[in-house]
Design a protein around this ligand. Sequence first.
Ligand SMILES: O=C(O)c1cc(=O)[nH]c(=O)n1[C@@H]1O[C@H](COP(=O)(O)O)[C@@H](O)[C@H]1O
Length: 275
Amino acid sequence: MTYQELFTQISAKKTYLCVGLDTDIRKIPSHLLQEADPVFEFNKQIIDATADYCVSYKPNIAFYEAMGAKGWESLQKTLEYIPATHFTIADAKRGDIGNTSGLYARTFFDPTSSGLDFDSVTVAPYMGSDSVIPFLEYENKWVILLALTSNIGSSDFQRLQVEDSSLYEQVLKISQQWAGADRMMYVVGATQAPEFEKIRTIVPDHFLLVPGVGAQGGDLEEVSRFGMNSHCGLLVNASRSIIYAGNGIDFSQKARQEAFKIQQEMATYLDLYCK
Ligand SMILES: O=C(O)c1cc(=O)[nH]c(=O)n1[C@@H]1O[C@H](COP(=O)(O)O)[C@@H](O)[C@H]1O
């Protein structure tokens, strides 16, 4: 999916919500456990219930890897079920020496090899340019580079001062030599709202993947006010607060209500701040 196609979806549906498919077999409603593939059945019903109100889905790969071969099968079926109109993110936080990154890229971007055909993958910048560039060798695929994450430990390294700015700012500046806003996004946690204005001076055009609203307490209004650009430029992720909004037979209805609530809020912010 291209930058423009993503913005077109956002404008048409008035939402920049990304639903996180962080599906933990130990947390899904018990009536699904009798299904042949409970994780896929759960995801399928969540996707059916929320697709109208979001533009993206982000399965976090840990939740599937934890189940071994069965988990990969559920992941592949889930990815195939997501409508082509929705931007897909493999939240894998990969990155290694170039040769090995090439294999990670093949995993998520080459369906003839792995069966998976994601639009994008999250990548850690710590190992530098040759660990990231192999992901960019796949046409029309995106790298979503970790910049300033939502967790408490983000200040351990990401905020360390390097010359005249913090390490995460250096990541934003240097990585722009590897790809532009048409192929690269950055992760900035919703819990980091005071930093968004500064971040926008460094990367005015890029999309930011913003996790941390809902269960982690980030503020959607603040993120939108300081983070939005003229092409929206935001994909805001919520996982647990949507997919586990209910835990009974009606869990997907509850997820739909939660996604709808966020979409309504987002429609207001698009009118106010997408300028
Ligand atoms: O890359 C991510 O998506 C990510 C980066 C970050 O800084 N913080 C963060 O929470 N995430 C992911 O975003 C999702 C957040 O889930 P919830 O807190 O349940 O909404 C999880 O899959 C996290 O692994």
